[in-house]
Design a protein around this ligand. Structure first.
Ligand SMILES: *Cc1c(COP(=O)(O)O)cnc(C)c1O
Length: 386
């Protein structure tokens, strides 16, 4: 008898499914742009900006080259620059803090809440100095930060709130979608985000017409009138091809977010079914927000994390550690003079987190296999220990 073939691998995220499902529409949209001769900005970008901003409940959307561009543009448009400080969490994607440095300001870290992984509002006030200009709450993994206390402390000290919503398109806080929960909000359409294009793209949203106008100028070398440069701007424009692809995808977002939530609940149930809840801590969705699960991130005891990652990868399961090193521990931020031990909750998270495969189209069988492989790992370990 032949041995059973190895079960098919489960990718961390399968972006090809959405392309295949809408191939005709996406191909037609791309060809429309190619035939239009308008490759950068133009009507396709303007239409996407309008549609995406409307979805987020914001008055203005300004498309740009990436989520990182969005953060740099947002900070610059608000006048954040050299000599200023911006409060950010140390447990986030690199660009949250690098964008602060890009505009010449200094990132000041404030530790996270251990349950949501988001910046802990109670840690912010102690970090405020007379140089502080802004706070960047990062809605990590698909769940909004606790915005009311953050906005309260920001209002008390006249600070701007810049949302890093790169992972949370469609997430809600107390019934309001992110994109209008701060002065300016930043989104990424990197392929693995909640709505992704086949390349790099980003968006800034705001309700302030003056800020929107400045953002529009900054992304085209700081000019409102061609070849007349009001600001020292950037080339951070959005390509029309990506806007066209994103316009095809945008109407599907509500369905995809619903599917992500269903998949997350299924994982919750499977962790229970395989009796893993003592070993594997599931993500917590706070009752006053809508968590849209760009990632399903569990926590396991630190001694087990890396061996479990290895075991899952050996069995064809795509997993990832977001993030293995906190930002205050990064080599390029050494000059900021932080030490390991300064942000214990973030550091603890870097040792315990593990992102399991999640995407709207993930099947029940795939999820069963992911958790089954986790359970097999634990059984093996318990046997070895006995
Ligand atoms: C992806 C991401 C970014 C940057 O977006 P890009 O489009 O990759 O430049 C910024 N912040 C967070 C939290 C992200 O996840």
């Amino acid at each position: 008898m032949k041995p059973d073939p190895a079960p098919p691998p489960v990718p961390l995220c399968d972006i090809q499914i959405q392309y295949r499902a809408q191939k005709d529409e996406i191909d037609a949209a791309v060809l429309r742009v190619l035939g239009s001769g308008q490759a950068i900005l133009g009507p396709e970008v303007a239409a996407f900006e309008k549609e995406a901003a409307a979805y987020c409940g914001a008055a203005y959307g300004v498309g740009c080259g990436s989520g990182t561009d969005a953060l740099v543009l947002a900070l610059h448009a608000l006048g954040v620059g050299p000599g200023d400080e911006v409060i950010v969490p140390p447990f986030t994607f690199f660009a949250t803090a690098s964008s602060v440095c890009r505009v010449g300001a200094r990132p000041v870290f404030a530790d996270i809440d251990p349950v949501t992984f988001n910046i802990d509002p109670a840690q912010i006030a102690a970090k405020i100095t007379n140089r502080t200009r802004a706070i960047i709450p990062v809605h990590l993994f698909g769940q909004c930060c606790d915005m009311d206390p953050i906005r309260r402390v920001a209002d008390d000290h006249r600070l701007y709130v810049v949302e890093d919503a790169a992972q949370s398109f469609g997430a809600e806080y107390r019934g309001v979608r992110c994109g209008s929960l701060g002065a300016v909000s930043c989104f990424s359409f990197y392929p693995t985000k909640n709505i992704g294009t086949l390349g790099d793209a980003g968006l800034v949203t705001t309700n302030d017409p003056a800020v929107a106008k400045k953002l529009q100028a900054l992304r085209v070398h700081g000019s409102e009138v061609k070849y007349y440069h009001k600001y020292l701007g950037y080339n951070m424009r959005l390509d029309a091809v990506h806007a066209a692809i994103l316009r095809v995808k945008l109407p599907n977002v509500p369905r995809w977010l619903g599917q992500r939530e269903v998949a997350a609940r299924r994982y919750d149930g499977l962790v229970e079914k395989y009796q893993l809840h003592g070993f594997m801590q599931r993500p917590t969705a706070r009752p006053d927000r809508r968590h849209v699960f760009n990632q399903y991130v569990v926590r396991v005891p630190p001694a087990h994390r890396d061996p479990l990652v290895k075991h899952l990868k050996e069995n064809g399961i795509g997993v990832e550690v977001y993030y293995p090193l906190a930002l205050h521990q990064q080599e390029c931020f050494r000059h900021l003079d932080y030490r390991t031990g300064d942000f214990p909750t973030s550091e603890e998270a870097t040792r315990t987190v593990l992102a399991l495969p999640i995407f709207p189209e993930i099947t029940e069988a795939q999820q069963d296999r992911v958790i089954g492989v986790c359970a097999a790992y634990l059984q093996q370990r318990l046997r070895l220990a006995a």
